[in-house]
Write a new protein. Structure first.
Length: 320
C-alpha cells in the first residue's frame, strides 16, 4: 500500500477544482492509502468547509478505489462540539490543541461523542510540558508535544518515568521510537524514513510545498497560477537527486544507516549523522533487550503492554 499525505492549512478552497485535481493526482496509482490532514486554527471550521473536502473525495472515489482518512487538527473546541455529528458522519478524527481555558472534564465527556484521537500540548519548556502531561493524561488520549523539543536528558528522564507508569497514555515521541524498533515503522515521523513524494502541503495563500516542516526549502508553486503538469516539480526533483546521492554515500560508509536512513533530505547535503537520535535508539534497544528476558513482565505501562501483546497475537517475536 502506497502512503500519501495531503496537508491543508487555513485554506478556504477558493477554487474547488484545484483541490479535486490535487487529490486526483495523489491517488492516481493503484493501492493508495491517502491521509488528508486539515489544520485550522484561524479560519473557522464550518459544515461548508468539511463538505468541500468530503464531497470532493467522494466524487473522485466514483472513478477509482482508494482508502482515505481525514484528520482535523485544531483548537476550535466550540466548533467541534457544534459539528460533532457532521464529524462523526464523515469519520473525521480530531487532534485537539488544548488551552488553559479548556476543562479536562469537558473534553473527557466528549470523547464518547467525537473521534478525538490526540491531544496536542504546546509549551516552551520541560516543566510546563510535564505539568500539562500529568493533567491531561487522565483524559486517556495520546499526547503530542509541539513548540518544544525535549533535550537528551529530559527525554531519558521522562522515558524512565513513562515506561513504568501504570496510568500512562501514549506520548508520540516514544510511540514512534518503540514502533520503529519493534516493527520497523514510524507512526508519525518523516525525519528518519523515506518521505520524498509522500507529502503535499497547501498553505492559506495557496502555495504548495513537498514538506510541511521546512517550507523555506520545499516551496514548489502557487495554485493561484493553476496546477502544473506535474504536482512535484523541478524543485522537488533537485532535492530528490541530492538526497539519493547523499543516502547512497551514507549506506556505503555507515553501519547505522538502517536506523536513520541518512536523515532529512532537506538538511545539508552531506553525511550528517544525528547522534542524539542514535543514542535514543541504543538506549531503547538496551532496555528492550534487558526486559525481554522477563517477557516484559516488569513493565506496568498499559500502552506498551497492549502494543506488545497485539504484536504477539499477530505472531511477532521481538527476540527474533
Amino acid at each position: 500500500m502506497k502512503q500519501r499525505t495531503l496537508i491543508i492549512e487555513e485554506y478556504e478552497f477558493t477554487k474547488q477544482e484545484y483541490l479535486r485535481e490535487v487529490i486526483s493526482r495523489m491517488v492516481q496509482d493503484k493501492d493508495v492509502d491517502l491521509s488528508v490532514r486539515l489544520k485550522y486554527y484561524q479560519v473557522p471550521i464550518t459544515r461548508k468547509l468539511l463538505n468541500s473536502v468530503v464531497d470532493t473525495i467522494k466524487d473522485i472515489g466514483k472513478n477509482r478505489e482508494f482508502f482515505v482518512e481525514i484528520i482535523l487538527e485544531t483548537d476550535q473546541w466550540k466548533n467541534i462540539k457544534h459539528l460533532y455529528k457532521v464529524l462523526n458522519q464523515y469519520a473525521v478524527s480530531v487532534e485537539l490543541l488544548v488551552s488553559e481555558k479548556l476543562k479536562r472534564s469537558e473534553v473527557k465527556k466528549y470523547t464518547k461523542k467525537v473521534l478525538l484521537e490526540k491531544l496536542i500540548l504546546s509549551c516552551n519548556n520541560y516543566s510546563t510540558f510535564y505539568q500539562l502531561y500529568q493533567y491531561w493524561k487522565e483524559v486517556g488520549l495520546s499526547i503530542k508535544l509541539e513548540g518544544y523539543r525535549l533535550s537528551e536528558n529530559e527525554y531519558f528522564e521522562f522515558w524512565e518515568e513513562w515506561i513504568h507508569d501504570s496510568s500512562a497514555v501514549w506520548f508520540l515521541a516514544f510511540e514512534n521510537l518503540l514502533s520503529s524498533r519493534l516493527i520497523g515503522k514510524l507512526v508519525d515521523c518523516c525525519e528518519y524514513s523515506s518521505c520524498m513524494g509522500k507529502y503535499l502541503y497547501i498553505d492559506k495563500d495557496e502555495n504548495v510545498y513537498f514538506c510541511e516542516q521546512k517550507k523555506e526549502k520545499s516551496k514548489m508553486y502557487s495554485l493561484k497560477n493553476g496546477i502544473p503538469k506535474y504536482i512535484f516539480n523541478t524543485v522537488y526533483d533537485r532535492v530528490l537527486d541530492a538526497a539519493v546521492e547523499k543516502r547512497s554515500k551514507c549506506k556505503e560508509t555507515c553501519s547505522v544507516f538502517p536506523l536513520c536512513r541518512g536523515g532529512c533530505p532537506l538538511d545539508e547535503q552531506k553525511m550528517n549523522c544525528t547522534q542524539e537520535y542514535l543514542k535514543k535508539v541504543v538506549h531503547m534497544d538496551e532496555f528492550l533487550g534487558k526486559e525481554l528476558i522477563n517477557g516484559f513482565a516488569n513493565i506496568e505501562n498499559p500502552c506498551f503492554r497492549q502494543f506488545y501483546l497485539s504484536l504477539i497475537a499477530y505472531g511477532y517475536n521481538y527476540a527474533q
